[in-house]
Design a binder for this molecule. Sequence first.
Ligand code: MSP
Length: 648
Amino acid sequence: MSKFYITTAIHYVNDDPHIGHMYENVVADVIARHRRRMGDDVWFLTGADEHGQKIERAAAKEGILPIELADRVVAKHHEMWRKLDISHDDFIRTTEQRHRLGVYELIRLIQERMPDNIYLGEHAGWYCQSEETFIPDNQVRDGKDESGHPVEMTAERNFFFKLSRFTEPLLEHYRKNPNFVYPPTRMNEIVSFVEQGLKDLSISRTAITWGIPFPGYPDHVIYVWMDALTNYISALGFGSAEHARFDHDWPADIHLVGKDITRFHAVYWPAFLLAAGLPLPKQVVGHGWWLRDNQKISKSLGNVVRPYNIIDEFGADPLRYFLLREMVFGQDQNYSDEAFLARYNADLANDLGNTLSRSTKMTDTYFGGKTPPVSCPANELLRMSEQVVPEYLKAMDELAFGRALDAAWKLLVSVNSYIVNREPWKKFKETGADESLSRILWNTLEAQRIVWVMMAPFMPATTREALTRLGADPNFISRDALQWGSLPTGAPIRATDAIFPRIDAAAYIQGGAMEEKTETPEAPANAGPPIETTQAAPPDIAKVTIDQFFEIDLRVAEVRAAERVPKSKKLMKMTVFTGDEERTIVAGIATKYTPEELVGRKIVIVANLQPAKLMGIESNGMILAASLDGEPSLLSVDAGVPAGTKVK
Ligand code: MSP
């Protein structure tokens, strides 16, 4: 059994978890679950980064202590990881005593090996509070760094770490370990950065009090990055009497972090470890960013996405699947609710869900609710499974989650065509539930069992449910479970309701279900702007006939009154005149239009839409709008066109 230690970044506590944090923990969780079932002795660490100026200022703004802020947000992190089914083994907080012991021990070792590794010096430069780091002069423009964060000129007498000494040793390490940073593009960026030569790093601050005091110098606190990076060993007991886990698990196999902080992990952290004479982590993996409208999702940019409604509505698994399916690992990806719903319907409700219902329903009817009595040791689905399982395993090893899922889908698609080609319903009519029909249906169930075992790290809860429905052991998901043949005969199956009920994507979005929840009183400052909603059709919409089109009654309407819906950032309630009557329509356009801009305007509505309730208000019809990067833009007609005119 080989040990496998994986960590995520520890997340700042001036922000509730958003989709970027969720992604990172889901990726780490998928890796951890997969390695566990492959037989590794896994230790999975995540945690919270609680010190530093950002948190000090955020707490001061609310008039509370930094630790109060941290406690509150850490509780939300725990809640989120529970909801997302994250299976971490430990959660470290940098305010814990075990962490402080680890930090002190690291500094002690660094000083012990070469006393001038750490020295007192003067430093003046542009300091970016948001990134908690000094920014080189050539990267500062109009008081901002390259990411647009404001910088301040700061001069301090600080402790310095002799980072310059480690330029060569680090380059040597990169040469010897070309996969030290993954993916390779990120390795290249790191190498070119270090090749320019490293400057010594200031590792204490006097302007801040919220941090770990520098040993022997209580007016200095330890630089937040030196503090934070040490979590990976302090959590293992490094520096304390109970260091058995450190001895067993260090070095880490994977530090999983976003590309913005790869440099801290691939340059500063290994330099600290080299200076202390400790082994370096085996690999730093830098994932890409979730974007919104092509910008990184982050609290400082004010464009956060927190798909809490999706989790509440669908459970964790569809979101977990979406995050890993949609993003090519290592690259950036734009988030939209429409993309989530399209994938949900196409991949989950249709491909996985329908195949499961179809095959279990037939089995239920033809074989009395049990897996068929005769299994099948040689057939085309078996051959396909033998082809895709190695592809899947290779992709999982390479963290190519999209490819791994593609491999599983190949088998799933084969099951579908197998059902279409073999026509079990016809066979049943012709010859009844005979041996040949038994083999056919058993094959479809067995192949799906293997598909679901491949899904297990991605959708753990649904996998257990699906395996149970198939008549398989819900806990048998190990490497052996990927081999053909273990589905029992005559075992009870469950052919019940759809495992992923189909969603009417357009109505779902129009119905405001993606609207963010009303802010909770504990978190007034932290809830982000509304997540994107538009009234666009989902991307997977099918072609319609002209007759179908004419079933939709499009009319010109005049807005007579408009007001915002209380407690909603997006919804506008309008009274519109349709030529013969006034009616109420509620639409998600309040982020773009004010009531004053709307009144008197001639718009286009779907007049014969079934009424729907939005935040308790009945809406009769839908207004038409284009969606430009999530912003609605209303369809209008010339002012002279009377209300009620048909649009076609
Ligand atoms: N506290 C530091 C990490 C210290 S690790 C010793 C930090 N915290 S963070 O909360 O800002 O970010 C935590 C992780 O989430 C980082 O790996 C970061 O890259 C990741 N993400 C934050 N926003 C992100 C996206 N929009 N998309 C994907 N991940 C991003 O940095």
